[in-house]
Design a binder for this molecule. Structure first.
Ligand code: P5A
Length: 440
């Protein structure tokens, strides 16, 4: 992509409304535009990141055996009356009346709707286990939307729902998601820590939040240092295996907690092993048994292996896809701007042509641009007629993992500079060596 033809409305000044660094940087890097409190448009640069995150989330859900569907954002109130949550959910729910005076709502979550889909189509134990997920916009009329996309009112969530025949099978499904979440966050370049959690309006008695450590996190947490150092991808956990020991090893006593849950036990942990930090919740998983499928709620039955009807055991599993964009920036930036992990970067390489119009610089920048694109790499080519200082600042601000800086003098000798955004390491190399670094 040529920057001269792209839509990247960057800001030089810090927007005054933004209180935390990720919100500031998202506005400055032209990623989002606020349309109302807690409601955002995603501009091309931000939309690319959102899409990349959703892709990784989707790949890991599919690898864990889940099936993607797409449910609507608007739901009938009736379903929520069946579960009893229509009244319970309170003012966070955006209620809508259509022209026929029918009551609708903008879904804050989809337990009821997915349970309705299940009960209309699944009759037999042979169809279980089943896990259905979608990546869809939600609306919660938060009292205090803030920090940009971190606590929005309209936000993108991946939500998955598992159906099993009995509690042990449901716990196995929960464990599968637990491991899928660790893998997902690791691929996003994040250290996510699972923490025992309250269930709130979703319900149930077994739940974990996945939090990433960042100074601006909303909750204070205590984490075992060894947990922060663990590398789930390197451990190579296999879904065919029994996942219980893996989950146990992440959730054993002294693993991670907040003051509410286990202050005394955690306080006993040796100094140096106990990290006190702030966390951002990027995922939350729940086991709630028959809360929605049971006789007092939506009364769903399937025929068991013994011929008797049973209520499926359920769980639900959320990832804050749009929140993750902010969370990744909170975890990965410096004074100059964003530092994207390669896996979610909107473009992998940024080329700066310091003197468009100079024959040697144009030729070299153009050749590198063409070669990278031909190799399938996403490249943003700053071919604008702007001062070098502006280009350097913008390129650091938008945080692409690699920069190639082509100046007229170097280009004449067949050389340009390659810079890694993280750490700032630079080398002057010829074109072949630059391409080798980036593609080799
Ligand atoms: C699990 C999936 C649920 O809603 N039902 C379906 C369950 N869980 S949750 O914890 O309430 O939300 C899941 C994740 O969504 C993100 N999130 C938000 N992101 C941005 N703005 C918000 N206002 C917001 N509320 C929740 C979080 O990452 C949360 O873990």
């Amino acid at each position: 992509m040529r920057l001269s033809r792209y839509f990247l409305p960057t800001l030089k000044e810090n927007p005054s409304e933004a209180q935390i660094v990720s919100h500031r940087l998202m506005l400055r890097a032209g990623m989002i535009r606020q349309q109302a409190a807690g409601i955002y448009s995603w501009l091309p640069f931000g939309h690319r990141v959102l899409t990349n995150i959703a892709r990784i989330v989707r790949e890991e859900q599919d690898a864990a055996g889940c099936h993607e569907i797409l449910m609507p954002t608007i739901q009938p109130a009736e379903l929520w009356r069946e579960s009893g949550r229509y009244d319970d959910y309170g003012r966070e729910m955006l209620r809508i009346t259509d022209r026929h005076e029918r009551e609708l709502l903008y879904g804050p979550t989809n337990e009821e709707m997915v349970t309705d889909i299940f009960r209309s189509h699944v009759r037999s134990y042979r169809d279980l286990p089943l896990n259905l997920y979608h990546i869809q916009w939600k609306f919660r009329d938060e009292v205090r939307p803030r920090f940009g996309v971190m606590r929005g009112r309209e936000f993108l969530m991946k939500d998955a729902y598992s159906f099993d025949l009995d509690k042990p099978a449901a716990i196995a499904a929960y464990n599968r998601m637990f491991v899928a979440y660790l893998r997902t966050f690791a691929r996003l370049g994040l250290k996510a820590i699972p923490m025992r959690a309250d269930t709130g309006p979703i319900g149930g008695d077994h739940s974990h939040e996945f939090i990433i450590l960042a100074e601006t996190g909303e909750s204070q947490v205590f984490v075992h240092a060894d947990l922060v150092a663990r590398d789930i991808l390197a451990e190579g956990v296999d879904y065919a295996a029994d996942l219980q020991p893996v989950v146990d090893s992440w959730t054993s006593l002294y693993a991670a907690t907040d003051e509410k849950h286990d202050p005394v036990a955690f306080g006993a942990l040796a100094d140096g092993k106990r990290i006190e930090a702030r966390g951002i919740e990027v995922g939350h998983i729940f086991y709630f048994g028959t809360k929605y499928s049971g006789p007092d709620a939506m009364n769903v039955t399937v025929q068991g292996a013994d011929g008797k009807p049973l209520h499926p055991e359920m769980g639900s599993y959320g990832i804050g896809v749009s929140r993750l964009v902010g969370a990744i920036i909170e975890a990965s930036h410096d004074e100059a701007g964003i530092i994207w992990p390669e896996s979610v970067a909107p473009f992998r390489v940024g080329i700066i042509n310091l003197k468009p119009g100079d024959a040697a610089a144009d030729a070299m920048a153009g050749e590198i641009y063409d070669a990278l694109r031909a190799a399938g790499t996403d490249v943003l080519y700053d071919d604008r007629d702007e001062r070098a200082g502006v280009k350097f600042a913008d390129m650091d601000l938008i945080g692409l993992p690699w920069q190639v800086i082509v100046g007229p003098r170097g280009a004449k000798e067949g050389r340009a500079e390659i810079k890694r955004r993280r750490g700032g390491e630079r080398h002057e190399l010829d074109k072949a060596a630059i391409l080798e670094r980036l593609l080799g």
